[in-house]
Design a binder for this molecule. Structure first.
Ligand code: ATP
Length: 436
């Protein structure tokens, strides 16, 4: 289904996310705060699953990428050297009448889109959040919340290289919070002011940049496909020269067909030796690499893959949302990949008598050692299935009267709604196989 043809999908998702405990507006009881979001019980599970899938594919399944977790607040010199203090800006225009602010590069015309008033000339607005370190609030104590996680990797290049005994080409991966004082945030969690990034910096010989760029573009595209995102909703966008960030030689975005437009979900950038060279010069520390095979010393080029956790989560939700009619009733399903689904198995007693709850609880306490499970004995079983469909639970186990006779339960598939009978003793292995 072409998601762009469903303009009200974002409203439906927004309401589902609140109702079912995925995402809430931050500080909601105080009226909320713009472009900041809290993740509820389902959201936090889903977010963790996305991060785990990325971490597994980027570190556990590879021998050439190491992990790191750097501090959010870094030495202010980092941001001077990286060019963020000077260049991490968006052009801002103010409406002289209603005082609203807009990004001038996001196709705002000559007059205010809100009230038609006259707009100021654009001026550059730095997106980094400022804070102070220590008790004195002066220029010398200014620090920034990181607007990208990448810099924490560059400044630790030698720290990781030594102990890990990696050789170029190799990468460093990091998942963590980033902060941007966006001028026009919006579209739910698509653009917020606090978000998480999953970034990987791959250090290579400068002559191999084309090859590695192609390699990572494909790898990252496939990651979304392997987690069930529909191919027709994904595409590439290559940056033209004028779009390139200040550090980049070549850049591709992976874009997703959101209900509001095709938009970037991940950037793959050839950052050249820009960052390591600059940090080397500014810190006076040698950030070059010596190849003991070729006896060559060089500053590695970097191919960066930069994805957003929250934006990916929105992609998974949008892509999975599905409505259909079943026996005259509307069924809302999230067809999430089992790896991403917040709950893997629901365990339900058909009715609350004849020992069924006791058996179901026993199964639940057994299965929860292997999968994230949910026990539900409230209301008609059909309703309970619908509740699980709506949060994307791939399987439901139901204890019924036949269980009492032959120790079997039903296993219901979320997508086909088909049920098969399975021996209780074989449940774990079967579900493991199905979720693999
Ligand atoms: P945009 O043009 O949308 O502002 P960008 O080109 O500045 O994005 P990058 O700096 O390449 O984005 O960031 C890499 C990834 O981090 C993005 O693809 C996105 O997934 C995520 N990201 C960036 N900014 C935000 C934000 N404000 N809210 C949520 N995710 C974000």
């Amino acid at each position: 289904m072409a998601k762009s043809k469903e303009p009200d999908l974002m409203d439906k998702l927004n309401s589902l996310c609140k109702r079912r405990g995925f995402i809430f507006q931050s500080s909601e009881i105080y009226g909320g705060i713009n472009a900041l979001w809290d993740y509820g019980p389902m959201g936090v599970e889903m977010k963790k699953n996305i991060k785990d899938s990325w971490w597994e594919s980027m570190t556990q399944l590879r021998d050439d990428i190491e992990g790191i977790d750097a501090a959010i607040i870094m030495h202010p010199k980092v941001w001077e050297t990286s060019g963020h203090i000077q260049n991490f800006t968006d052009p801002l225009v103010d409406c002289k009448k209603c005082k609203q602010r807009f990004r001038a590069d996001q196709s705002v015309g000559k007059s205010c889109p809100n009230c038609g008033g006259e707009l100021t000339d654009p001026r550059q607005f730095n997106l980094m959040f400022k804070t102070h370190i220590g008790p004195v609030e002066d220029e010398a104590s200014v620090a920034f919340l990181r607007p990208e996680t990448a810099q924490g990797i560059y400044v630790n290049f030698q720290n990781v290289l030594g102990p890990s005994r990696q050789k170029v080409p190799f990468g460093i991966a990091q998942i963590g919070k980033a902060f941007r004082n966006e001028i026009s945030p919006g579209n739910f969690i698509f653009r917020s002011r606090e978000f998480e990034q999953m970034e990987m910096q791959f250090f290579i010989h400068p002559k191999e940049d084309k090859k590695w760029m192609e390699y990572w573009i494909k790898e990252r595209f496939d990651w979304y496909l392997n987690l069930g995102i529909k191919k027709e909703n994904l595409r590439f966008h290559q940056h033209e020269h004028k779009e390139l960030a200040h550090y980049a030689k070549e850049a591709y975005d992976i874009e997703y067909n959101f209900p509001f437009a095709w938009k970037e979900i991940e950037g793959i950038h050839n950052r050249t030796d820009f960052d390591l060279s600059r940090h080397s010069q500014a810190s006076g520390k040698d950030l070059s690499y010596f190849d003991d095979q070729t006896k060559e010393r060089f500053i590695p080029y970097i191919i960066e893959t930069s994805a957003g956790v929250d934006r990916s989560l929105l992609v998974f939700l949008v892509d999975a949302y599905h409505e259909e009619e079943v026996r005259g009733e509307k069924r809302v399903v999230l067809n999430l990949h089992p790896k991403i689904a917040p709950v893997k198995v629901a365990v339900l007693p058909l009715v609350n008598r004849d020992n069924m709850p006791e058996i179901a609880l026993r199964i639940f306490h057994d299965l929860k050692h292997y999968f994230k499970c949910f026990y539900d004995d409230g209301g008609a079983v059909g309703r309970r299935y619908r509740r699980q469909d709506e949060i994307g639970t791939p399987y439901a186990v139901t204890v019924d009267s036949q269980t009492l006779q032959d120790e079997t339960v039903t296993l219901r598939d979320r997508d086909t709604m088909e049920q098969i009978r399975v021996k209780i003793g074989e449940l774990v292995e079967l579900v493991k196989k199905k979720l693999a």
